[in-house]
Design a protein around this ligand. Structure first.
Ligand code: TRP
Length: 361
């Protein structure tokens, strides 16, 4: 297959530089861009998601770019067998989106679960003919997920979902995908599939754009255990929906160290630095400045500072959540409108695809 994937990996630095240029171009002409982004419905979102991705989406929305948010419910089944909590998690995700200000009612935001869009799912089939089995095998993010989930047996969906993710992006001709660096291989897949489709089936008039990654420049937020990335399944996360008391409790148990004087040293003092980073993100002060202000106040004073600052920052998010919580009817309505809008796009794209592939009769 032309231009084998994952044989030479682009450097992260190059992707960061491209992202910075892309952002400038979006600022200049938001009307030329359509953002597609999404999450798996595996549980409530936390402050790592807020700083790493949700706030970026809000920023893009405020620039006037149209945003499609896919709730990747099929993808949940890549590394688990039970579909038990999927629908509850979908409503939770919608609530999280509304609470941070990604509200379809303001216009320009479409939220939909991909399971509800048959024409999007149908794109998977033509796309499968555009990649090789060994490319699926080599995807570094898939390999890492297989390792992390410690699976007894690996279903074929685990290998194929990056192709399905390309359908998530390309069904609406999304050309900007805000992602964390773990998603870069998947984006490379989507770009390759778009390029190969156009080259093979519609060389004169390309059907698909090649979507670009928009990497966030927010530093990775560790969990309160200061060991791994914040993650609900690790029990080290501060959820967006936490009450002020829950935030205080999570931060109280945060791992720091025994040096009393507070300094910002991300290499050697991971726990302390992580708290300073969070404090910095919610106060717009630098971590160094906060560190020197606390100085000999030690970890307990630092934790108190972060707790108050973060609770204050989360308050408007909590308020918006309260407005929508308990109104299942409204959440369903939001999804229904999103599904209708997404289907319009998917139907039109599938028609173009059929026609390019000489399958319109
Ligand atoms: N794979 C992504 C994740 O695990 C979720 C996702 C599904 C996604 N489809 C997408 C992200 C399309 C961006 C674009 O987080």
């Amino acid at each position: 297959m032309e231009g084998e994937l994952f044989t030479n990996s682009d450097s992260l630095q190059a992707s960061m530089a491209n992202s910075a240029k892309l952002l400038e171009s979006i600022q200049r002409s938001p009307q030329n861009y359509r953002v597609l982004t999404g999450d798996r419905p595996t549980g409530s979102l936390h402050i790592g998601h807020l700083f790493g991705s949700l706030e970026n989406r809000v920023r893009l929305k405020n620039l006037g770019v149209e945003i499609f948010i896919v709730i990747a419910d099929y993808q949940v089944l890549t590394d688990r067998e039970s579909a038990e909590s999927i629908s509850e998690n979908i409503y939770e995700l919608v609530l999280d989106y509304l609470s941070v200000g990604l509200d379809p009612e303001d216009g320009g935001v479409t939220i939909f679960p991909h399971s509800q869009i048959p024409e999007l799912n149908q794109l998977l089939l033509p796309f499968l003919f555009l990649v090789t089995g060994s490319e699926l095998d080599r995807n570094p993010t898939v390999k890492e997920e297989i390792r992390a989930a410690n699976l007894k047996s690996i279903n074929a969906g685990m290998y194929v979902y990056p192709v399905h993710q390309a359908a998530d992006i390309l069904f609406c001709k999304g050309n900007v995908v805000p992602v964390g660096k773990d998603q870069l291989p998947h984006l490379e897949f989507a770009r390759t599939i778009a390029r190969r489709f156009n080259g093979r089936f519609s060389p004169k008039a390309p059907v698909f754009p090649e979507p670009a990654a928009l990497l966030s420049d927010t530093p990775v937020i560790l969990g309160v255990d200061a060991g791994r990335k914040m993650s609900k399944s690790q029990g080290n996360a501060i959820l967006l929906k936490s009450s002020p008391d829950e935030v205080a409790r999570q931060l109280k148990k945060a791992t720091t160290d025994s040096t009393r004087h507070i300094t910002y040293d991300p290499e050697n003092r991971k726990g302390v630095a992580n708290l300073l980073k969070i404090a910095s993100l919610v106060t717009s002060r630098s971590p160094e400045e906060i560190a020197s202000e606390i100085g000999d106040g030690g970890s307990s004073q630092l934790k108190g500072y972060v707790t108050d600052a973060l609770n204050c920052y989360l308050e408007p998010i909590r308020m918006r959540r309260k407005e929508h919580e308990g109104d299942r009817g409204r959440l369903k309505e939001i999804i229904k409108i999103g599904v209708e809008r997404a289907r319009e796009e998917a139907i039109s794209t599938l028609n173009e695809v059929r026609s390019a592939m000489n399958m319109s009769l």
